[in-house]
Structures are given as structure tokens and as C-alpha cells.
Design a protein around this ligand. Structure first.
Ligand code: NAP
Ligand code: GLV
Length: 309
């Protein structure tokens, strides 16, 4: 049985090593692969070139190295009938909870404002607000959104989440659908986006949504760059409707050098590192799924073609 790995060289080698110790019988190849395409049973990929995967006629499953599968869904030649599995693994979940906590606390405690003051050598106190007086609203209550939101509960924030289907989660006010979104936004002081990028969620962080948040609210985008209408964010920051933004994902990555986000005083940004799959922990999830498929059992975390994520 053979698996092809397509990511950057360093991570590809880390995956090959992790898989060799977790599943020694599995033969791994790193891309570019020069052997017989028919010999490849599984692909483990991050952003493969469009059309690449259709050249392996015997693929049984495609594993995404990331939680998001938009990098595969956008391939018009994705082989039909081959299940696409998104990444669900404890290292990725823990990393995202850390990042969202860091970003939410950054806004809650005005750290970006203090960083700006420091540059100007200004010693000024900003009145502190109790966590219990702030609502953190999570767009997306999936594996990552729910874990990140729940971990913020320890600080005493009010927690709310929005999803496609109705949910009931202790300690979280749950909203769904278009009507729920309005009610959810009206009370949200720190809005976090952890949605998958689909035609329904593209551009969801826009002028209308920002206008429905309380004045001075903050936005944290860790979903995908395609969720954000960048001009609308700049306008909302400059008008004071939004107090700040943390951005980890962008329409164009790397962000072009002349982009206004680089120097905007209300923007804190990072280069798409909010959370990364850790091969040492993630290989267990991949191996367990391969064993399931080989034993004739259903795969876990398969992309649902009807809902698109
Ligand atoms: P997931 O488990 O599939 O959860 C997706 C959540 O979004 C679900 O709660 C789903 O609602 C909700 N949703 C989807 N479409 C919706 C819609 N049209 N309206 C309202 N809610 C909708 O995904 P995940 O594993 O948490 O990952 C989420 C995303 O995080 C990924 O797709 C990826 O883009 C991003 N990500 C970013 C980084 C980074 O480093 N920046 C790292 C990892 C992942 P239901 O519960 O009702 O289905
Ligand atoms: C990273 O962006 C992921 O989808 O895991």
C-alpha cells in the first residue's frame, strides 16, 4: 500500500518520518513522484496543483493536511467519487485555541493600543472592562470553533456561537441561520471567524455584518481570506465602527508588500500560522482512517459534497 505526500519539502519529510513509525507497512513517497501513478492508494496533500490528483487512477482517499478543504474543492478536476478527508487532530485544535485566546485577549486588554502608545512613548491607561461584560461570538461551531470558544470560558467571557444547523451547547448561546446571525451579532464584542470557505460563507465578513456589531467591536479572522471583504474592513476600522482586527488569512498569501494591512494601526496580523497540523499527532488520525477503510468501515471526517465542507 502506498501513500503520496504533497506539501513543502520539510513538512513532507516530517510526515514521512511520522508515518514510518506509526505505520511501517505503508510505503510513502514525497511529491514530485516519478513512479507508476497506478501504485498510489492514498494522497496526503496541501494545495496540490490543479488536476494533479486525477493522474492517480487507483486513489482510495485524499487526506487534506489542513482542516480546510477549499484548496481541494477549488480543483475542477478533482477525481470524482474519491472521498476527501479533512484534518481533525488534537495538535491543530490545541494550536487554534491558543491563537484565538491570544487574539481575543489582545483585543480585550487593548494590547494593540498599548503597542501603538509605546511607539509614541505615551503612558496612558485605558479603563479595564470585565470579561463578564464582553461577548465573544464564534462564526462556526465545528471542531475548531467550539474548542476555541470553550477554552475562552475560563476567563469568564459571555460565549456565543453561530452555525448552519441548530446546536445546544452548555455555556454557549447558540444561533443558526440568517435570522440567528442578526441576534448573535448585536451582542458580540469580539467576533471570530472559524468557518469553512464555501460559496455560502465567502465574503461573510462584510460592511453589513460589521454595522450590526456594537460600535468598537473587534474582528478576528482565522478562517480564510475569502471570508473577508478587505475594503469593508478598512472602512469600518477607519470610521471607528470597529475597534481593531486580528487577521491570519488573506485573499492573497503572502500579503503583497504594498497592502494597507501591513501598516494599519488597528490591525494585528500573522502569516497564516494560527494553527498548523502537527505530523507527529496527526499521523495517528490518518493511519486510523486508512485502517478503517481497509477494514471496510466508513472513513471519518469526510467532506460532505452536498454542504461543501
Ligand atoms: P468544521 O468542523 O467543518 O466546522 C465548520 C463549522 O462552520 C460548523 O459549525 C458549520 O455548521 C459551520 N458552517 C459551515 N457553513 C456554514 C454556513 N453557511 N452558515 C453557518 N455556519 C456554517 O471545520 P473546522 O475543522 O472547525 O475548521 C474551520 C475552518 O478553519 C477550516 O475550514 C479552515 O478554513 C479554518 N482553519 C484555519 C487555520 C489557520 O491557521 N488560519 C487552521 C485550521 C483551520 P454546522 O455545525 O451546522 O455544520
Ligand atoms: C489551515 O489553514 C488549515 O486549514 O488547517
Amino acid at each position: 500500500m502506498a501513500l503520496l505526500i504533497k506539501t513543502d519539502i520539510e513538512r513532507g519529510n516530517a510526515w514521512a518520518e511520522a508515518l514510518a513509525s506509526a505505520y511501517p507497512e505503508l510505503k510513502t513517497h514525497t511529491w514530485p513522484y516519478k513512479g507508476d501513478p497506478a501504485a498510489i492508494d492514498y494522497a496526503l496533500v496541501w494545495m496540490p496543483p490543479e488536476g494533479e490528483l486525477k493522474s492517480y487512477p487507483n486513489l482510495k482517499a485524499i487526506f487534506s493536511i489542513g482542516a480546510g478543504i477549499d484548496h481541494l474543492a477549488s480543483d475542477p478536476d478533482l477525481p470524482e467519487g474519491v472521498p476527501v478527508v479533512r484534518m481533525v487532530e488534537p495538535g491543530l485544535t490545541a494550536g487554534m485555541s491558543e491563537y484565538v485566546a491570544l487574539a481575543a485577549l489582545n483585543h480585550h486588554r487593548f494590547i494593540q493600543d498599548y503597542a501603538n502608545q509605546r511607539r509614541e512613548k505615551r503612558w496612558e491607561e485605558i479603563p479595564q472592562i470585565a470579561a463578564s461584560a464582553r461577548q465573544i461570538g464564534m462564526l462556526g461551531l465545528g471542531v475548531l470553533g467550539r474548542a476555541a470558544l470553550e477554552s475562552l470560558g475560563t476567563f469568564g467571557f459571555k460565549l456565543a456561537g453561530w452555525s448552519r444547523t441548530p446546536k445546544s451547547i452548555t455555556g454557549i448561546s447558540c444561533y443558526h441561520g440568517e435570522e440567528g446571525l442578526r441576534e448573535f451579532l448585536a451582542e458580540t464584542d469580539i467576533l471570530v471567524c472559524l468557518l469553512p470557505l464555501t460559496p455560502e460563507t465567502e465574503g461573510i465578513l462584510n460592511r453589513d455584518v460589521f454595522a450590526q456589531l456594537p460600535q468598537g467591536a473587534a474582528v478576528i479572522n482565522v478562517g480564510r481570506g475569502g471570508h473577508l471583504v478587505e475594503e469593508d474592513l478598512l472602512e469600518a476600522l477607519d470610521s471607528g465602527q470597529l475597534g481593531g482586527a486580528t487577521l491570519d488569512v488573506f485573499h492573497e498569501e503572502p500579503l503583497p508588500k504594498n497592502h494597507p494591512f501591513w501598516t494599519h494601526p488597528k490591525v494585528f496580523m500573522t502569516p497564516h500560522i494560527a494553527s498548523m497540523t502537527i505530523p507527529e499527532t496527526a499521523c495517528q488520525a490518518v493511519v486510523a482512517n486508512i485502517h478503517r477503510l481497509e477494514a471496510g468501515e466508513p472513513l471519518r471526517h469526510v467532506r460532505d459534497m452536498t454542504r461543501g465542507y
